[in-house]
Design a protein around this ligand. Sequence first.
Ligand code: DC
Length: 226
Amino acid sequence: MNKKIINVAIDGPAGAGKSTVSRAAAEKLGFVYVDTGALYRTVGVNALRLGVDTRDRQAVAATLDGVSVDLAFEDGAQKTLLNGEDVSGEIRTPAASMAASDVSAVPEVRAFLFDLQRDIAKRNSCIMDGRDIGTVVLPDAQVKIFLTASAEERAKRRCAELELKGTPQKYEDVLAEINERDYNDSHREIAPLKPAEDGVILDTTELNIEQVIEAITNIVKEKTEK
Ligand code: DC
């Protein structure tokens, strides 16, 4: 790996605040922020558009034929492209979340997205967030952080976020969805969600966003300025 390129892997369960704090920490450090969940969401949206049952592994694998999924970075912001079309909004619906969780268990989908993620990290100092970045995608990342918080706290945060967006949802429903996705993501056979052995676990249940951003930038500086 080019010495000047620094890769920071941030993994953790749904709703731990990974994207918010990763984006802000990347900005502070002058790194590119790469949200890999967007890639799985895009494959999920493509499957939904094609009317495919996202739990049918073979059918999902078949949707990858000839499809193009890509990320573009403009002024530090990530745009997600499906066959060249910007789907950054469409991938954020609850249906896309569940479809993403389903398709992410399909080995062909993980293999399909692997090279793209590796290529971006090879070319850019970045904070890449996901579920298997420190364990599978970037096992040589200089910094690995596992960001977590209790399911209840994560549901509370997601509710506040949805409320702000003008699309409020019941706390019980949000909590149930988080528990279901946690279960799916950590029990799948391939690349299950788990902390990297050589990573730092950061429990954010009792921390506010600013404190988490500071903790992350401090960990990155500590590990890379030696
Ligand atoms: O982080 P997110 O909610 O946007 O992720 C959507 C889904 O994609 C999530 O259920 C788990 C999956 N995912 C994954 O398996 N591996 C990644 N590196 C990122 C996301």
